[in-house]
Ligand binder design. Structure first.
Ligand SMILES: Nc1ncnc2c1ncn2[C@@H]1O[C@H](COP(=O)(O)OP(=O)(O)OP(=O)(O)O)[C@@H](O)[C@H]1O
Length: 680
């Protein structure tokens, strides 16, 4: 299924493939340490027992490391499964005009070349690249069955094949003697491109395969201790699919470029024991792969500067990593215990790449489309051909006219001058005219031949140019139709299985979520219950506090009222004393007494200095009665005092000695100075 344009960005798709044990690993009885679950898209790798990596926590290395990817292909996976499930959507995008990149990553000997190229001679071992050719030409062949003129498309497919060897870019399709370093350049529309790289128009899968074989045989490989045919370079097979359609009389062009990248494998010098040229190659390979790793890491972190320029590999993949292309990374791993570190490293690397986001966009109506140029050339050639055909026809007609003007069977004669001299003039004239016509005929005939040749040449040129543009007619025949049907039926089955797997994955995810919710819900319910209990307790506390507060307020109000009434009482009494003082103590006397009043804060009492100055003291110093005796008291008063000692009527006459009539039984308290309890 074709993917629509995406605005929010497309994550780099990452799939993992684990190859089976190779002969050497079987011979060495290597343990398989990788477990895959294709339906769930998960892979586990377990550190072998003897391979202790964690000294501080030795038990931990036995815990399997688990990863999930867009798809995972196990030991028994088929080339066609990978193609149908994961590669086909990328090619569909290319056919729509997106740029796409599929790159195989992994340690040396992990199966990258097997996955990308495979064995072209064994149908079920054909890799991504040959299966891609077939898919593209099947798609184009189907155009022959399209009847809607607006939906009809015309295609031009061309391919290039390059390698990056020791950080130099080389064309794998040119003659060996011309295979020198090519520069990288930047184009405002095309982006980064290899200047001088050859492009080869291909009209069918056989031509594509021929190119692939030619390039593969030119690619630098060598036997190493890890792989009998180890790629010593990164290779990029590029297929450009250009299409044209005419909608409402308007020409529309789209160009999709597909990069099929087979990276050289990372290798550890310790394991390979490489020396000399192999070591130089290995260092360069590891260097560019490290740069690729740095670029991926920075993209994931969202760094503002991505060091694409640090290696030709990352510059060429610039558009595929964080750019406008759709990208699929195939991480290849070995299942053997001896490759634990590399396998774990590849999975971590691939896991990181999942987070890279691209913003794919369709290349619509690019100015430099080869197809546009070719259509213009064909149109021009057609016009020239028409003109040439006209010229050829008129020249031929002229030649025929001359031919018929010549008397039939009359061969032009060339007579010796002695003979012509004896002939009459008319005869000579006729013979000369014949000779002239003959010369004209020869000239016209050769001109007509040349014109016919030119027309034939132009026609074959036109046919060849038209033959490069594909509308499906030449590709579709009965055999392809049948094979295609079979391929499509198989693809439909894979699609069905894929959908089932996705559903299963979704279902399991939902189940897990449900379980999680259940647990969360149960704990939330417990928490809710506990909170409710606590709330009830708090509510009861609040209620009792409120009741208490209401009570306190009521008590306070009551107390306040009682204090107020007490205060009013005291105030009234005070006023009474003030009135008494005002009436009985002369103001000067009062001022003098007040001068001697002091507050004792220890006992919280007023006291009067020089008590002898007070009225009571003065009264005590009242001059005695005649002869030192007591002042006379009437019989009535003496009796009255005995009977009612508190009756002021019978008391001394000095008002200061009178006690106050206090409220609430306090009456008379502190009657000595009369100011007791008057606490202001
Ligand atoms: N899925 C597979 N099924 C069967 N054999 C495989 C598979 N993958 C790889 N092999 C075999 O494993 C060996 C190494 O594979 P290959 O050459 O593809 O590795 P590579 O990753 O390209 O290595 P290098 O980086 O050294 O070029 C080959 O003999 C290949 O046929």
């Amino acid at each position: 299924m074709a993917q629509g344009p995406s605005d929010g960005g497309d994550n780099v798709k990452v799939i993992v493939r684990c190859r089976p044990l190779i002969k050497k690993e079987v011979r060495d009885s290597e343990e398989i340490i990788v477990k895959t679950d294709s339906a769930m898209g998960s892979i586990q790798v377990t550190c072998p027992d003897h391979h202790v990596t964690n000294r501080t926590n030795p038990g931990e290395h036995n815990i399997p490391k688990q990863f999930t990817f867009d798809s995972v292909y196990g030991i028994g996976s088929k080339q066609m499964d990978i193609f149908t499930e994961s590669v086909r959507p990328m090619i569909d995008s290319v056919l729509m005009g997106y740029n796409s990149t599929i790159f195989a990553y992994g340690q040396t000997g992990s199966g990258k070349t097997f996955t990308m190229s495979g064995n072209a001679d064994v149908p079920e071992e054909r890799g991504v690249i040959p299966n891609t050719f077939q898919y593209i030409f099947d798609h184009i062949a189907q155009q022959s069955e399209v009847t809607d003129p607006e939906a009809k498309k015309e295609y031009l497919v061309h391919a290039s094949f390059l390698e990056i060897y020791n950080e130099d870019i080389r064309d794998l399709l040119c003659e060996a003697k011309d295979r020198h370093k090519l520069p990288l350049k930047q184009h405002p529309d095309k982006g980064v491109f290899v200047d001088g790289l050859s492009h080869h128009v291909v009209r069918n899968e056989a031509e594509c395969e021929a190119i692939m074989r030619k390039g593969n045989s030119a690619r630098t490989t060598a036997a190493t201790s890890m792989n009998d045919v180890s790629s010593r370079s990164h290779s990029i097979f590029q297929i450009s699919v250009e299409s044209h359609s005419s909608i409402n009389g308007q020409d529309h062009y789209a160009v999709g470029l597909l990069n099929l990248v087979d990276l050289a494998g990372s290798e550890s010098q310790k394991k390979t024991g490489a020396t000399g040229q192999r070591l130089v190659e290995a260092n360069k390979i590891n260097l560019s792969l490290t740069t690729l790793g740095i670029v991926i890491g920075k993209l994931v972190k969202g760094s503002p500067h991505i060091p694409y320029r640090n290696s030709p590999l990352t510059r060429l993949l610039q558009d595929s990593l964080g750019g406008n292309a759709k990208t699929l990374m195939v991480a290849n791993v070995s299942p053997a215990e001896s490759n634990y570190n590399e396998t774990y490293g590849t999975l971590r690397y691939a896991n990181q790449a999942k987070a890279i986001k691209n913003k794919p966009k369709i290349n619509e109506d690019p100015k430099d489309a080869m197809l546009r140029e070719m259509r213009d050339q064909i149109e021009m050639l057609r016009k020239q051909l028409e003109a040439a055909k006209g010229t050829a026809t008129t020249t031929q007609a002229a030649a025929h006219a001359i031919e018929s003007a010549l008397s039939p069977g009359q061969a032009p004669v060339s007579l010796p001058s002695a003979v012509t001299a004896s002939m009459d003039e008319a005869m000579v004239h006729q013979i000369k005219a014949q000779q002239e016509l003959q010369a004209q005929l020869e000239a016209k005939s050769s001109a007509a031949k040349a014109a016919a040749e030119q027309v034939a040449e132009m026609e074959s040129q036109l046919i060849s140019m038209q033959g490069q543009m594909l509308n499906g007619q030449a590709l579709m025949d009965e055999t392809r139709r049948k094979d295609m049907k079979l391929r499509q039926a198989k693809a439909a089955l894979v699609d069905k299985k894929r959908r089932e797997d996705l559903l299963k994955r979704e279902l399991i995810k939902r189940e897990e979520e449900k379980e999680l919710y259940k647990e969360e819900f149960a704990s939330m319910q417990d928490e809710l219950k506990a909170r409710k209990r606590k709330n009830r307790r708090l509510e009861a506390q609040v209620q009792s506090m409120e009741d208490e507060m209401t009570q306190m307020r009521a008590d306070n109000d009551e107390e306040k009222e009682s204090y107020l009434s007490e205060f009013m009482e005291i105030h009234r009494e005070l006023k009474r004393r003030a009135v008494v003082i005002a009436h009985f103590i002369p103001p000067a006397e009062l001022a003098r007494i007040l001068q001697h009043t002091n507050w004792d804060s220890d006992i919280q009492e007023w006291y009067i200095d020089h008590g002898n100055l007070t009225g009571a003291a003065l009264m005590a110093h009242r001059p005695g009665a005649q002869g030192g005796g007591e002042h006379p008291v009437s019989q009535f008063s003496r009796l009255g005092l005995q009977m009612d000692p508190d009756n002021p009527r019978h008391k001394e006459r000095n008002v200061i000695g009178l006690g106050l009539d206090m409220p609430d039984g306090r009456e008379g308290e502190g009657g000595d100075d009369g100011y007791d309890d008057m606490d202001y």
